[in-house]
Write a protein that binds this ligand. Structure first.
Ligand code: ADP
Ligand code: ZN
Ligand code: ZN
Length: 727
């Protein structure tokens, strides 16, 4: 360990940017990256030794480090990543560090296990129970007290008694490892030619850091290919991290992993208990966890031998965190891989425009899988023009889709109806006076949930019991549900197909455990018609599913979101990709009001390249990511005028981007009300920045906010670099 002297700079996990100086007490050893407990004000907090202090003068007021832990220091690459994330997202360095620090329990060594062996002393007063213990232990193996009790059913006092008499001696056993090491040779699959050449391309990359877009059709075997790279990583004694966008996908993934590698991987996600997380953290730190499957924050785990990161479904919006630290786990994982000199694989059937164009321009390696495994074909896709061939009033399934549903049921195959809207109806209106139910706290309509008999806001969760009379005109029986949610589709389906077995799936209909149960029922073929939201759209592999109906394929196309085309294409491809994944060929029907939209045309022609070419051209012409950069400042306050007023003050204070050749390279739009102009009682006003590709937007915004007048009262400014959503 490098000797840093007796004063060190310690970064603590609170909202500050710079480390504080602490004294190293005599006899204590710390180095860069050491995790320490330090006093902070009146409390104690965890921190990390960040380096030497800026000013080395010993002053009397400096406090001592309280203690160190017997645990590996954070690796240099993780510390660099923390610095980068803070600098890039404008979060404070202390808060970014906090996402890396575990519960203090993880830092204390696990409790040793006490076991017993015969000491060789004779027993004076032997009883039957004592004899039983002696004969059990006669093989000289150490037994724990609880194991002895369990094996022969004696009471605890028998063991205690023998210990008192020194007939038994204590031995300390090391605690067993929390995770087992996956076996790279457990059950490798034989890859087909296309998969094998994809794997070879990955293996032939230069030493050290490399980014690859693994770009392959759904069901092409991307998972099988990157599993082989995980196996390579295990063989070279390195650690691998696989990021998944949703916990809902974890169980299925773990099953597959276990089948391939013989043991379960370590896990990291919000569904785990604090104690489980502490154990995983420690196992990653001491390198006993060799493969971790995790949600986005697992990119901050204390790996010391990171060799590979896989971002599965790399295009998924869930990788962007939008509260607390606004970071993209995909982008920041690339940064971490770079510092760690590791490989990173971005896997998707529908890559983000950013990754696709980086692959096309050779900034990333581009490895493709163009065919489904075992000649399973991609589904046939048909568009249903809703303005010509739509369903009759107050029905949501068009005749052409209905016919195909009948055929599919006759063949005893499964149907998925997809609608990305939870609840019964997205809006409730009074037919008499036109009153619409809106949330008091947000600028959104209340969604009817008929199972629960409530009207609910999907942004703040506020719910009211569905009233019997209109609150405005007090007429009864006047309230009408407008538009469908999945519960309403379920109603239509039960009327049309009373004999079919249907199941409704969305995140609000059941616990994680119940959803897991439903998914496994579907896998076993127990349901004929599955009606679901986004939850069911990705990752799942149901062999009997051969028809997908997308009831509202237009999704976000009608709104002004610059990513709407991309998101719509991704969801439609994912959902229709659920159809015909095994031997049986599949079909998908997309109900749309825009059959001529480039997204719909590309879907129908199964021409992803055409879609990407079109979308990349639009991005290029508009100077949108990755050809230009965006940042959003959301100014919010409980009073609309105050939010607007402060946004105008900010705008006037915007510094000249003088370090640019050309001032046109930075544009600021707004202030304007955000599309969702109120959430949880706070009004939201937005400034949008657009710059050329090489402009350092983070540095610009940091300088701007530092020099502008500070917001007063309850006004808040939220910075979102590379925003993913525009609501
Ligand atoms: P993707 O991740 O590209 O959607 P998967 O890796 O999930 O594709 O593969 C689709 C299905 O085909 C899975 O059930 C997988 O186990 C199977 N599969 C893919 N490649 C092979 C192979 N070489 N041998 C046996 N089964 C394979
Ligand atoms: Zn009314
Ligand atoms: Zn609300």
């Amino acid at each position: 360990m490098e000797n840093l002297g007796d004063i060190v700079a310690v970064l603590v996990g609170v909202a500050i940017d710079n480390p504080y100086s602490y004294k190293v007490p005599l006899g204590m050893q710390v180095g860069i990256g050491s995790i320490v407990l330090v006093p902070l004000g009146t409390r104690q907090t965890l921190g990390v030794v960040w380096g030497r202090p800026k000013d080395n003068k010993a002053h009397n007021r400096l406090k001592d480090i309280i203690k160190t832990f017997d645990i590996a220091p954070l690796s240099g690459e993780l510390m660099q990543t923390i610095d980068f994330v803070a600098q890039y997202t404008l979060a404070t360095k202390g808060m970014v560090l906090r996402t890396c620090l575990p519960d203090i329990k993880a830092l204390e060594p696990p409790k040793p296990i006490i076991a017993y062996q015969l000491s060789g002393e004779p027993v004076e007063r032997s009883t039957k129970a004592r004899q039983q213990v002696l004969s059990l232990l006669s093989d000289d193996m150490p037994w724990t007290k609880s194991a002895i009790i369990k094996e022969i059913g004696v009471s605890s006092s028998v063991v205690e008694g023998l210990k008192q008499l020194a007939v038994l001696k204590e031995v300390i056993l090391p605690s067993p490892p929390y995770v087992k090491i996956p076996n790279p040779d457990f059950a490798p699959l034989i890859l087909n030619d296309e998969q094998q050449s994809a794997l070879n391309a990955l293996r032939n990359q230069e030493e050290g850091f490399a980014v690859t877009l693994l770009d392959g059709v759904t069901g092409g075997g991307k998972t099988e290919v990157f599993f082989e790279r995980v196996a390579d990583c295990l063989k070279s004694e390195k650690q691998a991290l696989i990021l998944l966008p949703e916990i809902a996908l974890t169980n299925m993934f773990i099953k597959r992993f276990t089948k391939r590698f013989g043991v379960e991987p370590a896990q990291w996600h919000s569904g785990m208990t604090k104690a489980q997380r502490a154990k995983t953290w420690r196992a990653v730190s001491d390198c006993s966890a060799r493969v971790v499957i995790g949600a986005r924050s697992s990119m901050f785990l204390p790996f010391s031998e990171l060799g590979l990161i896989v971002i599965d479904e790399e295009h998924d919006g869930a990788y962007k965190q939008s509260d607390g630290i606004n970071y993209s786990a995909r982008d920041m994982a690339i940064v971490r891989a770079k510092y760690a000199k590791a490989k990173i694989i971005l896997s998707s059937a529908t890559p983000s425009i950013e990754s696709k164009s980086n692959a096309l321009s050779k900034k990333y390696y581009h490895v493709e899988l163009k065919n489904r495994f075992a000649n399973a074909s991609l589904p046939d896709i048909s568009l249903i023009d809703m303005s010509q061939n739509g369903p009759q009033k107050d029905h949501w399934i068009a005749p052409a889709l209905l016919d195909e549903m009948k055929n599919t049921l006759e063949r005893k195959e499964q149907i998925l109806l997809f609608l990305n809207r939870r609840g019964y109806a997205p809006m409730t209106i009074c037919r008499h006076c036109g009153y619409k139910f809106q949330c008091d706290n947000c600028s959104t309509w209340l969604v009817e949930h008929r199972f629960a008999n409530i009207l609910m806001c999907h942004h703040c969760g506020k719910a009211i019991k569905k009233p019997k009379i209109c609150p405005a005109c007090e007429k009864s029986e006047s309230l009408a549900a407008i538009g469908p949610g999945i519960e309403r589709i379920a109603q239509e389906v039960s009327q049309l197909f009373p004999d079919a077995n249907q199941i409704v799936l969305s995140s609000d209909l059941g616990s994680a455990e119940q959803i897991k149960q439903s998914l496994s029922e579907i896998e076993k073929g127990m349901h004929d018609i599955i009606i679901g939201t986004q939850l069911i759209a990705k990752g799942h592999h149901f062999e009997k599913l051969t028809l997908v109906g997308v009831l509202d394929a237009d999704l976000g196309l009608a709104h002004g979101d610059p990513r709407a085309g991309e998101k719509t294409f991704q969801i439609l491809t994912q959902v229709s990709g659920r159809s015909g994944r095994a031997e049986k060929s599949g079909k998908a029907f997309l109900q749309t009001f825009y059959p001529n939209h480039p997204v719909m045309q590309a879907m129908q022609a199964q021409d992803a390249d055409a879609f990407y070419a079109h979308e990349i051209k639009i991005r290029q012409e508009g100077g949108l990511p990755p050809f230009g950069r965006l940042a959003a400042l959301i100014i919010s306050a409980s009073n609309h005028d105050e939010a607007i007023k402060y946004a105008r003050i900010l705008l006037l204070a915007a510094p000249k981007p003088s370090f640019l050749k050309n001032q046109d390279d930075l544009k600021i739009f707004g202030p304007a009300d955000a599309p969702l102009s109120m959430i949880r009682g706070r009004y939201r006003v937005r400034l949008l920045l657009q710059s050329e590709r090489n402009f350092d937007l983070s540095a610009y915004v940091r300088f701007w906010l530092k020099t502008a007048k500070k917001p007063l009262g309850n006004i808040k400014v939220q910075v979102d670099i590379d925003p993913m959503s525009f609501y």
